[in-house]
Design a protein around this ligand. Sequence first.
Ligand SMILES: Cc1ncc(COP(=O)(O)O)c(C=O)c1O
Length: 470
Amino acid sequence: MHSMAPHAEPRTGQTDTEQSMPLAPILDERIAHTLATRPALLFDLLTRYGSPLNIVWPHALKKNVDALQAVLNAHHVRSEIYYAAKVNKSRALVRSAVEAGVGIDVSSVHEFNDAVTAGATSAHICASGPAKTAVFHRALISNGALVSVDSVEELQELETYCANTPGSRVRVLLRYRPQGSATSRFGMPAPGLLDCLHKIAQLPECMLFEGFHFHLSGYGHASRVEALRELVAHIATARRLGLHPRTVDIGGGLPIRYVESTEYANFLASQTKKHYRNASVPGSFYPYGGSIDACGWLQQLLAAECVPGLSVAQYLRSQNLTLAIEPGRSLVDQAAISVFRITRVKRLGIANYVVFVEGSSFSACETWFASEFLVDPILVPQPGGPSPVGGHVQAYIAGHSCLDDDVLTNRIITFPRLPQAGDLLVFANTAGYQMDLLENEFHRHPMPRRIAATYTAAGAIEVSSDDNKE
Ligand SMILES: Cc1ncc(COP(=O)(O)O)c(C=O)c1O
């Protein structure tokens, strides 16, 4: 099924100087090969599961774990990796993390249940988040999972729980709010941390203190090193109080690269408001083409000076401390693509178009955060569709709802040819918060499907449901 584009002979796009610079996605080799050689498979899957379709590739997660583990091993630090399950609703990815031998960072009782179902043992589950419910606390404590305590109030609640539940003991980390994050609502500044340390020292029968935790916004390693430096004094205080910190958990925030750094820098340097349909350049972006990836980040963190004369790795070793990390996005690098079917291509001006897709921007949701997914979608023409017409054209991409702001891109993208209704747009590398984070059933459209794809030894692709639907 396809319909013709609105004009048989569209005019080509604006002049080159007005076109925005390309942002070609970095794509896993096997996925790229599949897209290039087997487009019919994608069309079949969309026919079967509908649009948009989120295809998860769990094989990628193990590769990412191994790469980070190699950096940690090279620095001889004792380490624990917890996969931050919040990054994607996929259960296949949680299973893949357990199979790769890493723990799971959970932020709700539902994520906790998924982790247990996937086979994670409580010793390898760590719970973060500022507002854990009583049900969540109970599940964590009764199973012996590690709880990162966000506030003096949360510690009080745990104390009450233990007092009312004879024989219970809770394993705790204390979440620190570094000086550089003074306005954050997460974690505790030094005075709260000290109150908690004193309280825990008085309650050895119901609290097992394991160490400190933080998770910071942003993607720089320098802010994490600074937070670690601030924690040095608190680690010493804990020991003076007779406690035995064994872990420092530095959260997530390890960056990934979606596009080549040079291409990204060129894009940023040349973009103007003319490249956006709303004539506005967003104030901030994820570092889509940053200069370092997750392994480089970890390497730089471990090598940075922590205390005079000792790097982070040396300090951790000297204190017999385990470094825990909770990567979300960086463990799902290249672990999903999201595919939208084009419903209509509508001409808006002399040279510009809007491409409507079947699906909404609640799926690829950066525009709802006043930002933009700075990665070009890949246009996959419908096999047997009309012959390509015209040269480069410019278009932004809109979702199918009646909301004016339902746009997958405010950015006006340059396409190599005029997209046609029935063609597909593939958004690469969407597993990290870019799939169905805000998705709902607006207009009563069913939730987009999520399937897991695996390559067999013979190179075939097997797919299975990853959202409890058939
Ligand atoms: C406590 C905590 N840990 C880990 C993560 C994962 O962060 P990222 O996906 O940037 O690695 C988050 C994300 O919000 C978080 O809040």
